[in-house]
Design a protein around this ligand. Structure first.
Ligand code: FMN
Ligand code: SF4
Ligand code: SF4
Length: 257
């Protein structure tokens, strides 16, 4: 079984491909299947995979919280984490192993996939060029069957790009990022908005309500940026930081050719 979270589709693509290649079921981690006793319906000897993006060199906190809520009648025989990131994943392997330990589980393997960037909320943080998008996706597409093979043969492996100073980034910097930068107070919408409601529809946290034809953010945002990237009129802005930066989501017309 694979449980996944994805804001802009990169991790959903990886999760869907791994589920297909491993011939296993796929569920959103925010709505996992539960048995009557509240436990995850795992069979004896089954593998559990978690697929999600990297936010500030760790798994998103909503993924961490969702894992903490899981209960197991049967423990998975093998656990893997596959995360997508724009560049580097920090010490996510060590942090996630500790998290699983609190559930009595062992993290057997970790893979990171470098995918197109979705974070544009600060000056200097930009999208990939269309060429870079295509290249990153092509590399991942090519690598997925090999990763699936390694998971199927239950390798104990950490195959990820940690980057410089992983402990600092996944620790102190992650804490600062969440306390200072994860906010929806800076979202606003311009006159190009056509009141289509797409932003509210794609928000998996139900953080957007439409009122008088305009989106209103409800203060429980994880900054996944789906509302911003999927808006058909590019009418959503995050302060001044996103001005002129464009949009990306997996499967948009330019990334697949
Ligand atoms: C809030 C936020 C924080 C991010 N932090 C990192 C990071 O620390 N390192 C990195 O390489 N990419 C980072 N990214 C980029 C995403 O991890 C990457 O684009 C990912 O593939 C997005 O997955 P998704 O399309 O499934 O949402 C961040 C993106 C967001 C929205
Ligand atoms: S997706 Fe864009 S155009 Fe549609 S309602 Fe939201 S802000 Fe307006
Ligand atoms: S409101 Fe926040 S959580 Fe919802 S789609 Fe937008 S960025 Fe993601």
């Amino acid at each position: 079984m694979i449980l996944y979270f994805s804001g802009c589709g990169n991790s959903r693509y990886v999760a869907e491909e791994l589920a297909r290649l491993l011939d296993t079921k796929l569920f959103p981690i925010l709505a996992p299947p539960l048995q009557d006793d509240g436990t995850l319906p795992l069979a004896e000897g089954e593998t559990l995979g978690i697929v999600c993006p990297i936010y500030a060199w760790d798994v998103p906190r909503l993924v961490r919280d969702a894992v903490q809520r899981l209960h197991f009648a049967v423990k998975p025989a093998y656990c893997f984490l596959a995360c997508t990131c724009g560049d580097t994943a920090g010490a996510v392997d060590k942090h996630f192993a500790k998290l699983l330990q609190t559930k009595g589980l062992h993290l057997d393997s970790v893979f990171s996939f470098v995918m197109p960037e979705t974070y544009v909320n600060l000056p200097g943080f930009n999208l990939d060029s269309p060429e870079s998008e295509r290249r990153k996706i092509a590399v991942v597409r090519e690598r997925l069957p090999e990763v699936a093979r390694r998971i199927a043969s239950r390798e104990q492996v950490v195959d990820m790009k940690a980057g410089a100073m992983p402990a600092l980034k996944s620790g102190l910097v992650n804490n600062m990022f969440y306390s200072m930068l994860i906010t929806d107070k800076k979202f606003h919408v311009d006159d190009n908005c056509i009141s289509c409601g797409k932003c509210a529809e794609v928000c998996q946290l139900h953080n957007i309500v439409m009122h008088d034809g305009r989106p209103h953010w409800q203060r429980h945002c994880t900054n996944c940026m789906a509302c911003y990237h999927y808006c058909p009129k590019n009418a959503i802005h995050f302060g001044k930081a996103t001005r002129g930066k464009g949009q990306y989501y997996f499967g948009h017309k330019d990334s697949q050719s």
